[in-house]
Design a protein around this ligand. Structure first.
Ligand SMILES: Nc1ncnc2c1ncn2[C@@H]1O[C@H](COP(=O)(O)OP(=O)(O)O)[C@@H](O)[C@H]1O
Ligand SMILES: [Mg+2]
Length: 267
């Protein structure tokens, strides 16, 4: 039995008195790739932001890498952030810096490593993501897939123990998306890094997941291996996983008011 990297315990998060996550619990095992699935607005990014210590829960606790995120001083939280890597939906590169400098940035900011060593560290990260030949390019010269790779190299800069991805295939064509999925798998295997991926893309989820959880209306409704998800008899899981046009999700939408449905949508 492997060790637990992250424990989410009875976590509730509200925005404007609206419950987004409702007393949820989740264990992320060390070195696994866990995929958090859910429709738009189901609270996936909120959960991810809780696990990276970006926001705090209204109730419950989050233990990550053995430490209670909610009990941390700002300094401890900054240390924790340096021990994890995050690839946000947008990639978030600095447009005025080369790919090399984007990747070097966290090392320059957070360590006293000399420039020659930084150069080696950055080249290793760029090689890992297949961008070694593109170190001197500006972000504007990169394709969407290359931008994600560069963002990933930067997330890897300080050798994180956990890598978080928020919708890694967002805005990519299917082939590029499959390539990024392969990279996620390779990094998990090569580096042994615990991997948490938030997505609503089923193809991508089935390619990369060791285990999946499905978030719906602030609760996890199922957790299992890709095969267990694929063969689930739960009508909601079936509709979500197989993209069916009839089922509890569409029934609910039909029954609910148009206005409340609009308000629940993510932007
Ligand atoms: N900072 C915020 N302030 C108010 N509401 C928010 C905020 N962030 C997210 N929400 C709301 O919380 C719900 C879940 O959002 P999110 O976690 O981004 O969903 P997902 O990533 O699954 O699409 C949405 O209804 C969204 O509008
Ligand atoms: Mg999101």
């Amino acid at each position: 039995m492997s060790d637990v990297a992250i424990q989410v315990r009875d976590v509730t998060k509200k925005y404007d008195n609206r419950v987004i996550l409702d007393a949820i619990g989740l264990d992320v095992q060390e070195a696994e790739t866990l995929v958090i699935l859910g429709g738009s607005g189901s609270g996936k990014s909120t959960l991810l932001r809780l696990m990276i210590g970006n926001i705090i829960p209204d109730a419950g606790t989050i233990l990550s890498l053995g430490k209670d995120l909610c009990a941390m001083t700002p300094r401890q939280l900054a240390d924790y952030r340096r021990s994890i890597g995050v690839l946000f939906q947008s990639g978030a590169l600095f447009n005025s810096m080369t790919v090399f400098d984007n990747v070097a940035l966290p090392i320059r900011e957070h360590t006293d490593v000399p420039e020659e060593t930084i150069s080696i560290m950055v080249k290793i990260k760029l090689e890992l993501v297949g961008l070694r030949q593109h170190a001197d390019k500006m972000p504007s010269e990169l394709s969407g897939g290359m931008k994600k790779r560069a963002g990933l190299a930067r997330a890897l800069a300080l050798d994180p123990k956990v890598l978080f991805y928020d919708e890694p295939s967002a805005g990519l064509d299917p082939v590029t998306s499959a390539e990024i999925d392969q990279l996620i798998i390779d990094l998990n295997e090569k580096l042994g890094v615990t991997t948490v991926v938030v997505t609503h893309e089923m193809d991508s989820a089935f390619r990369i997941a060791d285990r999946m959880v499905l978030l719906d209306r602030g609760k996890f409704i199922v957790s299992g291996s890709p095969d267990e998800m694929r063969n689930s008899k739960d009508p909601l899981v079936r509709q979500f996983v197989h993209g069916l046009t009839e089922g509890p999700l569409t029934d609910r939408r039909r029954a609910g008011g148009y206005e409340s449905d609009l308000l629940a949508e993510d932007i």
